[in-house]
Design a protein around this ligand. Structure first.
Ligand SMILES: [Zn+2]
Ligand SMILES: [Zn+2]
Length: 135
């Protein structure tokens, strides 16, 4: 059974043959700007594990807080962030968790870039939490 994800306006759809699973919360400053909050919530999948099934993304070429190149793909109609590709994770796409319909019940398994989290973030330190990226 495949899972469908959609942006806010529905112009972009993603299809995955795998259920969305673990979420990684990223508190880097780049994600705060791109996602309009204290963190971004991400589901990492292989290039085969999830694919764009409708629409075309626009791309913003960003530099991650790690210094690595980062392509931020977003919907040109509604502005929703869709996925990112970074040179540090070849063969993987970092999808925004909020796109997917069946994310209730999932768990955040790791927090990264906690050093730049705003003071009003509620970070669950009972799971692996890194000041910067995962080593
Ligand atoms: Zn859209
Ligand atoms: Zn980030």
């Amino acid at each position: 059974m495949s899972t469908i994800g959609k942006c806010l306006c529905g112009a972009i759809e993603v299809t995955s043959d795998e259920k969305p699973d673990q979420i990684i919360a990223c508190y880097c400053e780049s994600c705060q700007k791109a996602c309009g909050g204290g963190a971004s919530f991400n589901i990492i999948k292989t290039d085969e594990g999830a694919r764009l099934s409708k629409g075309e993304t626009k791309i913003y070429n960003d530099t991650a807080d790690s210094g690595n190149g980062l392509e931020r793909h977003f919907c040109g109609m509604c502005g929703s962030p869709i996925f990112s590709v970074t040179t540090s994770y070849p063969g993987l796409k970092i999808w925004k968790a909020g796109l997917f319909s069946d994310i209730d019940g999932l768990e955040v398994i790791t927090n990264i870039w906690c050093d730049s989290a705003p003071s009003w973030s509620t970070i669950d330190n009972s799971i692996p939490s890194h000041g910067k990226s995962r080593q």
